[in-house]
Design a protein around this ligand. Structure first.
Ligand code: ZN
Length: 66
């Protein structure tokens, strides 16, 4: 007896942004357990395990209105 179950796990692939800590290898999604700090115009993700800065993303400044 073979029950064929249609698996539906390859059509629903969402682009998941995953960050890796270069120091300890901790991995989590962008909205995972990173310590996110936002300061003027930039977002910094800090590893909750080893406290390393994983990604320092600068937000492009919006075009200045005339
Ligand atoms: Zn780390």
């Amino acid at each position: 007896m073979s029950t064929h179950h249609a698996s539906t796990d390859d059509t629903n692939s969402r682009p998941k942004a995953v960050l890796f800590c270069p120091d300890c290898g901790h991995e989590s999604s962008l909205s995972g357990d990173w310590i996110v700090r936002e300061s003027a115009g930039r977002t910094t993700h800090t590893c909750p395990v080893c406290d390393a800065t994983v990604e320092d993303r600068r937000r492009p400044e919006p075009a200045l209105a005339p």
